[in-house]
Design a protein. Structure first.
Length: 245
């Protein structure tokens, strides 16, 4: 997979008998995106397709509560996201966290996105590992009240691990038929789980790609080729500016 357009081609060839539909949904995809890579784009595209969202909004963290080593400037990360999503009308960038002083707490970001999209259902996009960590975040119960969730399984996390969360109820019939990682193995790539004291949670299967920003940064540091892991413009941007070396 060399670039974003191959991701688009893959999505256009997907057909499912049943697809979970949401009410004018807006997917909120937060992260450092340090850098944004093909797996980020694949997740965004497949979630948009499977859940029939109106759009997916990339929200790069401006001032993460937990500082991360090796993070490049917000301006560089924004530029790379713009390059990666530039050809897609249903992917969008928001710099909302740069407009606010203090740490980039998820709850405050959700409150601002609610002001921007007052009539849409908001869906915070997260991997299972991230969702399981929400009890440790700033005002977690208010986060659950402020947004619905789209959660994706990714190795080594299994869908049944989601039931460890104090916020998730075991659905009637369990997770039978949804426990594989290949989204083509079942009729529908989505299942809705009950949430205690919160909004909806949609578990959505996506194509598993073993790509991470930390791996890409390490490969760049070692002088290895990362062109197949990045949008071609992002790859050129990183190379021309000597980022992550």
């Amino acid at each position: 997979m060399k670039n974003f357009f191959l991701v688009n081609r893959h999505i256009n060839n997907l057909h499912y008998k049943y697809i979970m539909s949401v009410r004018d949904g807006i997917g909120l995809y937060g992260g450092t995106f340090n850098p944004i890579h093909v797996a980020h784009l694949m997740v965004a595209q497949e979630i948009w397709s499977h859940c029939r969202l109106r759009r997916v909004v990339f929200i790069p963290s401006y001032n993460p509560p937990v500082k991360r080593e090796g993070i490049v400037s917000f301006e560089d990360r924004v530029a790379m996201i713009e390059m990666a999503i530039g050809g897609s009308p249903h992917l969008q960038l928001s710099e909302v966290e740069a407009k606010r002083q203090g740490p980039s707490y998820t709850l405050l970001t959700l409150m601002e996105m609610r002001r921007q999209f007052p009539d849409s259902e908001l869906f915070f996009i997260a991997g299972i590992d991230t969702f399981l960590d929400i009890p440790n975040w700033y005002l977690p119960q208010q986060i659950l009240s402020a947004t619905s969730f789209i959660v994706t399984p990714r190795p080594p996390w299994h869908v049944t691990d989601l039931l460890q969360s104090p916020f998730v109820e075991v659905p009637v019939g369990g997770l039978e038929g949804f426990e594989g990682t290949d989204h083509r193995a079942s009729e529908s790539p989505t299942i809705e789980l009950p949430v205690r004291g919160g909004n909806r949670l949609i578990l959505c299967k996506v194509t598993p790609l073993e790509v991470s920003s930390s791996t890409i940064r390490e490969l760049i540091r070692l002088g290895k080729d990362t062109s197949r892991l990045l949008h071609h413009d992002v790859y050129s941007y990183i190379s021309s500016r000597g980022l992550y070396k």
